[in-house]
Structure formats: C-alpha cells, structure tokens
Ligand binder design. Structure first.
Ligand SMILES: [Zn+2]
Length: 159
C-alpha cells in the first residue's frame, strides 16, 4: 500500500460512530476484512453527511436481510476520493445503494473541512472546499503509518 497524506476525521468524532453502530465499524478489525482501522479518511466537515447516511441505512440493515447469515453487515471503508465521499459496505441492496449515492452527491457540494457549502476544485489535488478553506490541502491529519501505530498503542494499552 502506498503511503500518502490523507485527511482523517478526528478520533473523538469517529468514536461516536463506533458507539452508535459498534458492529458496523470494526476500528480494531483485521485489515484483510475491513479498512476501518485506517479511520474515516476525510475531514470533519462531512461528519453530518455520514451520520445521516448511517441513520438512514439503519432500518434497512437491522430490519432486512443484510444483517443475517454468516457475515454481518459492516462498513468496509469510508474515504474521500477526487473530492467526493466514498462509502463501501460488505453487503447492500437497492435502497442502501440509493442512500449511499445521495450522500456521495451531497459531499460534492459540502466543504470537507467545515461542512459549509463548497465546490469541488483543484488541479493537482481535487477536493471539495468552501471559499474560506479553498487553500487547505490534504493533511496535516495523520498518515496511515501514524494511524496504525496509534491503533497498535491503544490495543497494547487495552490488554
Ligand atoms: Zn470550509
């Protein structure tokens, strides 16, 4: 996996998702099954979009067939790519895909840093920003290597 600078949502915000949907977000999970140990790979400004998405998904996941069987429903990866939110799950249906697509569209007009209206912009790095944050580049959030190290330390402290 190539090393690159990636904005990552603050851990205290991430923790709210883990507490609300503990089985969906395997923050300490095996990277062969989930990339969530890398964190929510976008700025704090998309917190509301993703929260509302998860609330919208809940009835489809808990009430429907998605959470049954050998593999329960999990969120595999949540990241920013080319200015937009990308939200990957291990299972889906038409309703779930529709809600995810709507959230991804909303992210393209929402500043990734502060959540205010924004536009997708940039030549060499494409990000969605409001006017005030137009020059905020990716980072200085933790690199993936730093994040993995932090998770390792948290795990070793827990044992
Ligand atoms: Zn902004």
């Amino acid at each position: 996996m190539t090393e690159r600078q990636q904005t990552i949502m603050r851990k205290e915000l991430e923790q709210k998702f883990v507490e609300r949907w503990p089985t969906w977000f395997e923050i300490g999970g095996d990277p062969r099954h989930t990339l969530m140990p890398y964190g929510f790979e976008f700025g704090d400004g998309w917190y509301d979009i993703v929260w509302q998405l998860c609330e919208g998904l809940e009835p489809f996941v808990t009430g429907a067939t998605l959470n049954t069987g050998d593999a329960p429903f999990i969120v595999v990866q949540v990241k920013e790519k080319l200015g937009g939110l990308h939200f990957y799950t291990n299972k889906s249906n038409e309703a779930v895909l529709h809600l995810i697509a709507a959230a991804e569209q909303q992210s393209l007009v929402t500043c990734e840093i502060c959540g205010q209206p924004g536009t997708t912009q940039g030549k060499y790095w494409i990000r969605t920003r409001c006017e005030a944050h137009a020059n905020v580049k990716p980072g200085p959030g933790m690199s993936k290597a730093e994040m993995i190290e932090e998770i390792r330390l948290l795990d070793s402290n827990a044992n």
